[in-house]
Ligand binder design. Structure first.
Ligand SMILES: *Cc1c(COP(=O)(O)O)cnc(C)c1O
Length: 461
């Protein structure tokens, strides 16, 4: 799918952000921009993709993996688009509730749920997926087998189909920490027995994908999950497993503006590989994160200095590890595109006055490896210019790293309106309106977050 409209709106938003003072020299040299329309379009693409392959009337619940953009207004926007929340901690559940996401559209997954978290989910009627036998044993204490379960409950399994290109993102390796490892000796029989003994266990969960995972392998994970559900239902003699939770993990293209793979491609592949998923016998839950938000976000940072060292050109910007943790610490796995803008917020081009230079783009943190791009040919970045980190709507500005007491930047949602208040598809000539999604962290906030109130706590009496 073509993302050039997003790119056109991004250029307009950058210029407007500079003009409207969202990135200012002294206090806020970095800001994050979120394209509201791009989020809505991604949500729409996801819904449509599954509607196209689902049986008439089949229950399909899409949830958003909150960790990918843990921002209440984003969760609220997605809820308006019919997308619920997948949460994995008490904090994420609190965000989903603050956003007004109904319990029936919330799913709790986490490998380390405490008893009180389990109890809270059951009290609220929030669906949850148990990770392991010990967690099921805890649930045995909390759920009355003679009554209908207060929440839909599933078990997470790991079909051990193998990993993708990023080890840390691979959830379905033989030794992954997640779920019940299905091919381990005796595991399958144990799973079937666990369902037989617990009539309230009605869902089956797996999340095998993430960045770097081939779609075919994701479909294989879905097939393994489906086949296990069929096996369980055959063994217990009724359709006890009524819902399959297929996880998230659609990879995102970080190389260009093209939106690929698309939700549509994935849904069609699933339908072809596992037709039984969409014949209407099972409800379906999905949990996409990155693919819903990544393309909608841009980090915009001032270039503070341009320097050279040992023959290397370095642009020192205000975007580094505090905002791009994964890119800085594992650059091969998480490369980001960097776009260059001049001091007025206009795109800098390769044939512009400064030409193209191979340069490193560095951040503000005090360690040598704080680089978001290395030896990258880019229009020459100079003092007062801006560097934009593209496709950063998921897992970047919403997951900051508190290094050097650098503040969390402000996040601004934007819409582009045309002449008659109509959204201009290509963004051409549009006006950009920003709304704050999260205010920039103030110096007073930083002091308070750093024990400011406890100043004398360690002094001798
Ligand atoms: C992180 C996570 C997701 C979302 O993964 P993405 O790669 O962001 O789509 C979905 N389900 C579970 C259980 C997760 O942990």
């Amino acid at each position: 799918m073509d993302g050039s409209a997003i790119a056109a709106r991004r250029d307009l938003a950058v210029r407007a952000a500079v003009e409207q003072g969202l990135v200012t020299e002294d206090r806020h040299p970095i800001a994050a921009l979120l394209d509201v329309r791009a989020i809505r379009e991604a949500a729409h693409a996801l819904r449509t993709a599954f509607e196209n392959v689902a049986a008439p009337g089949q229950d399909v619940l899409h949830t958003f993996a909150v960790k990918a953009a843990s921002l209440v207004p984003v969760l609220r926007l997605l809820a308006d688009e019919g997308i619920g929340c997948e949460v994995a901690s008490p904090g994420e559940l609190a965000l989903a509730r603050a956003a007004g996401v109904p319990a029936a559209q919330t799913v709790l997954d986490s490998p380390a749920k405490t008893v009180s978290e389990l109890r809270e989910a059951l009290t609220l009627g929030i669906a949850l997926n148990a990770d392991n036998p010990s967690e099921l044993a805890r649930l045995d204490e909390l759920i009355d087998p003679d009554l209908p379960s207060p929440s839909p409950v599933g078990l997470r399994v790991n079909p051990q189909i193998g990993g993708g290109s990023i080890g840390a993102m691979s959830t379905a390796t033989a030794t992954s920490k997640f779920g019940v490892a299905l091919d381990d000796p005796g595991a399958r029989e144990w799973v079937v027995r666990a369902y037989r003994e617990r009539p309230w266990l009605t869902r089956l969960h797996s999340h095998v994908g993430s960045q770097g995972m081939p779609l075919e392998l994701m479909a294989e994970g879905a097939r393994a999950t489906y086949e296990l559900a069929e096996e369980i239902n055959a063994a217990v003699g009724r359709r006890q497993v009524d819902t399959l939770d297929l996880g998230g993990g659609l990879p995102v293209n970080f190389d260009s503006d093209e939106i690929t793979p698309s939700f549509d491609e994935y849904a069609r592949l699933l339908a072809a590989a596992v037709p039984g998923l969409f014949d209407g016998r099972y409800g379906i839950v999905t949990e996409f994160g990155r693919a819903l938000l990544a393309k909608a976000g841009t980090v915009l940072a001032r270039v503070e200095y341009a320097k050279s060292a040992g023959g290397r050109s370095i642009a020192v910007t205000h975007a580094g590890a505090q905002i791009a943790v994964r890119t800085v610490f594992t650059p091969e796995a998480w490369p980001l595109r960097v776009a260059a803008y001049d001091a007025a917020g206009e795109p800098k081009t390769a044939d512009g006055p400064g030409g193209t230079v191979v340069q490193d783009v560095a951040g503000p943190c005090c360690f040598a490896g704080d680089l978001v791009a290395r030896e990258r040919p880019l229009p020459r970045l100079g003092e007062g210019d801006y560097a934009a980190l593209l496709d950063t709507g998921a897992y970047y500005f919403s997951n900051p790293f508190g290094y050097n007491s650098l503040p969390r930047p402000g996040i601004y949602g934007f819409t582009v309106t045309g002449a008659r208040d109509e959204p201009a598809a290509d963004g051409a000539g549009g006006e950009v309106r920003f709304v704050p999604v999260r205010e920039p962290q103030s110096l007073a906030d930083i002091v308070a977050d750093s024990g400011g109130e406890q100043r004398d706590a360690l002094r001798e009496e």
